[in-house]
Design a protein around this ligand. Structure first.
Ligand code: ADP
Ligand code: ASP
Ligand code: MG
Length: 410
């Protein structure tokens, strides 16, 4: 028995007309004799609506209750879609996360999947041809409902594909695949036939929301074949795969992330233990610090600058305020209007000059770089938010990403 996992995002299930197109995709697999596990997101805009509602009721809502609330978006999608399939004569049933069960830790709003009961799912697939499973949600050891973070339905789908050893996990969305950069802000963006897991991980963690980062981690770990493609056409999309199946490409894509804020601690004491004193309490609040720069010391004092997700800025500032006497800074500055732009490619591992090419291209457009960080397959520059689109297009052009093999092969 071949099992196919198909995940459809919010825009793919936004109304009855779209759900009919989704049903066509499912029916096509059934005609081939496959069993299908469909994973659905909430209808477009629904999760945002529920989050706003929660904030009207309480300025900082209880996270466990918030998860219970926002998970209802997916409950609506799966029940409506199962009804639609059944009305077409398909033997389908819906399942919520806790009914699978998809067990997670208790980190409400950012929970991680711990296990999935694949035995039960396989038994259900003996009875039903299609299981329609709510994405984004699970439950913890106290049977409280959890959610996996924004965009988390991708992770539900890939984790289910791994647990069921599915032939493929198809991620259907509103664009025809993974592009060299966001096709909605750069008209010259080109669809990639393939992308390596590591590159996709960097693209996702640097802001390309076409795949949730944890979904790519699962795919890489369990070697799940992921095919990102459009709900609204039949053209082949992008296969996310192992690096050894990739042709030699220097730079694969440009990602951007506006969800960033920059914090600077001015004139901190420069002595052993200060960085630990700053970053440990921030980590205890489960805040992800990304770029960090420390200036050379002068008169025993230094500046430390770092970035955090914009939504965590207030909490970060609160933590830092509490450290004033321990680390002895003069002042804290922060800036929300920044954006991280990343140039990504596994081919960079063995090539020099990529960073200088990126810096030159940005300088020719007079874009000031506020911070820089690099890894062996990525160069990230923090710039003012107003330059986001210009910076993305400039780098896309500098590396010839609009051409299949521009200045970009190694
Ligand atoms: P879904 O609701 O189907 O999960 P998302 O909105 O989460 O869809 O992800 C799809 C969006 O990701 C696209 O509409 C596009 O704007 C954005 N995106 C950002 N970077 C890329 C990229 N490199 N390739 C394709 N899409 C991208
Ligand atoms: N509905 C959730 C969100 O909007 C999960 C998802 O769409 O993947 O973030
Ligand atoms: Mg998504």
């Amino acid at each position: 028995m071949s099992i196919i996992v198909q995940k459809f995002g919010g825009t793919s299930v936004r109304d009855l007309e779209c759900m009919r197109q989704v049903a066509n995709k499912v029916q096509r697999k059934l005609r081939r004799g496959d069993k299908v596990v469909v994973v659905l997101s909430a209808m477009a805009g629904e999760t945002d609506r529920l989050l706003c509602l929660a904030r009207e009721w309480a300025p900082t809502p209880d996270l466990a209750e918030m998860d219970c609330l926002v998970s209802t978006g997916e409950q609506v999608s799966v029940s409506l879609f199962a009804m639609l399939l059944k009305s077409q004569g398909v033997n389908a049933r819906s399942l919520l996360g806790f009914q699978v069960p998809i067990e997670t830790n208790s980190n409400f709003s950012k929970a991680r999947i711990a296990s999935i009961n694949s035995k039960k799912l396989k038994a259900l697939l003996e009875i039903h041809d299609v299981l329609v499973i709510a994405g984004f949600q699970g439950s913890d050891c106290d049977q409280r409902i959890t959610t996996l973070g924004r965009g988390g339905s991708d992770t539900s789908a890939v984790a289910l594909a791994a647990a069921l050893k599915a032939d493929v996990c198809e991620i259907y969305t509103d664009v025809p695949g993974v592009f060299t950069t966001d096709p909605n802000i750069c008209s010259l963006a080109r669809k990639m036939e393939r992308i390596a897991y590591d590159e996709m991980l960097e693209m996702a963690s640097m802001g390309a929301k076409v795949l949730h980062i944890r979904s790519v981690e699962f795919a890489k770990k369990y070697n799940v074949k992921v095919h990102v493609r459009s709900t609204f056409s039949d053209e082949p999309g992008t296969i996310v795969t192992k690096e050894d199946e990739m042709e030699g490409v220097l730079v694969s894509g440009i990602a951007y992330d506006k969800d960033q804020a920059r914090v600077t601690l001015v004139q901190v004491l420069d002595q052993p233990g200060i960085s630990a004193a700053v970053f440990s309490p921030i980590a205890e609040q489960r805040i992800l610090v990304d770029m960090i720069v420390q200036n050379p010391s002068k008169d025993g004092r230094t500046d430390i600058t770092f970035t955090v997700p914009r939504a965590d800025l207030e909490q970060t500032l609160k933590v830092i305020e509490g450290l004033k006497y321990e680390i002895g800074f003069e002042e804290v500055r922060h800036d929300k209007k920044v954006c991280k732009i990343s140039v990504i490619g596994v081919g960079m591992r063995n090539h020099s000059g990529v960073a200088s090419m990126a810096f030159r291209a940005l300088s020719e457009e007079n874009i000031n770089i506020l911070m820089i960080s690099t890894s062996e397959i990525k160069i990230t520059c923090l710039v003012e938010e107003k330059y986001t689109e210009l910076a993305v297009r400039t780098l896309h052009n500098a590396f010839g990403l609009d051409k299949a093999n521009g200045q970009n092969s190694c």
